[in-house]
Ligand binder design. Structure first.
Ligand code: MG
Length: 317
């Protein structure tokens, strides 16, 4: 009798474990790269899912995988734990690699103000190495384009304290002079300014390192504009580089900060808050300024080759 009770209890425990395994649900949070890897991996097992929040659902013999648009992935079934653990480990590897390449020791270079009618062009090169990473991580620098002016003003002073950088401000009078030169164009000007800022920074840090420019024109044109193969050989071009490399993100934030300061200084002098960009609002403000200070004011505060100049002239007739 006792023997049977013991055996029965064992069976109950076993059944319990089986049920538990069948019901196991594990959720992990992944990034976009891992999410697509998971989807590709389970491609042959994809099934339809009408849940609007679901990204995909796949059913294997032992596990159901539901990925959500929030990048949460739910594993259900008796192999849930094993499958989830495998993807959690892949996710960790991917993150480590991304972290390493994002915080690559490098000089990053970016410019600001080239799309704004009013105000200068600011070019900044910033250097980042392993010693800066910990301090940088506590600041919000990811996706610097999405930061508000308020965020920029909070973050940039820390970066200015922390990183070696070089900075060029091309104010409007000089800008208009240079742009008037024959065979000059905006991309050529950017290329020359980047070269100048980068060269200055290399001298400052006194070492050779990877150099990354947020790409603004084709590499062939850049080579042509610079006409210095020794220099261009050292440059790496990346589009949206501020999202891929912390050094470029930092350069971009510092450049925006300096641009904001310059715009505030100009606004104070003119007793009007200058509008950024190149919209029709800018045209109307330009007209007001011309009425108040005369036509020559534009040469000193604006980029004359923009179409806005013509529009302001028409508005002012
Ligand atoms: Mg840029």
């Amino acid at each position: 009798m006792f023997y049977f009770t013991k055996k029965f209890a064992k069976i109950i425990v076993l059944i319990d474990e089986v049920i538990k395994k069948m019901k196991t649900t594990v959720t992990i949070k992944v990034n976009e790269e891992t999410l697509y890897k998971i989807k590709n991996f389970y491609e042959p097992h994809l099934t339809t899912n009408h849940n609007e929040h679901a990204f995909f659902t796949a059913k294997t013999d032992y596990c159901t995988i539901t990925a959500y648009k929030t990048k949460k992935v739910l594993f259900q079934g008796k192999e849930a734990e094993r499958e989830a653990a495998m993807w959690a480990s892949i996710q960790e590897d991917i993150q480590n690699k991304q972290h390493q390449s994002y915080f690559l020791e490098s000089i990053g270079s970016d410019e600001v103000g080239t799309g704004d009618y009013f105000g200068p062009v600011v070019v900044v090169s910033a250097y980042l190495d392993d010693t800066h990473v910990k301090k940088i991580q506590s600041l919000t620098i990811d996706d610097s384009k999405k930061l508000t002016d308020h965020d920029i003003k909070k973050v940039a002073p820390h970066l200015l304290n922390l990183l070696p950088y070089s900075l060029l401000i091309l104010r409007n009078e000089k800008y208009n002079e240079v742009m008037n030169e024959s065979d000059m164009n905006l991309n050529k000007l950017k290329a020359l300014l980047h070269k100048q800022a980068i060269t200055k920074l290399i001298q400052k840090i006194n070492k050779n390192t990877t150099i990354i420019i947020d790409q603004f024109c084709s590499i062939d044109y850049f080579k042509q504009y610079i006409n210095d193969s020794k220099f261009t050989k050292k440059i790496n071009f990346h589009t949206k580089a501020e999202t891929k490399f912390a050094s470029v993100a930092c350069a971009s934030i510092i450049a925006r900060y300096i641009f904001l300061q310059e715009m505030e200084k100009l606004s104070e002098t003119l007793k009007i808050t200058l509008i950024k960009g190149a919209s029709s609002k800018v045209d109307r403000q330009g007209k007001q300024l011309v009425e108040k200070y005369g036509k020559d004011i534009l040469r000193r505060i604006a980029k004359l080759h923009f179409k806005n100049t013509e529009k302001i002239e028409k508005l002012s007739i």
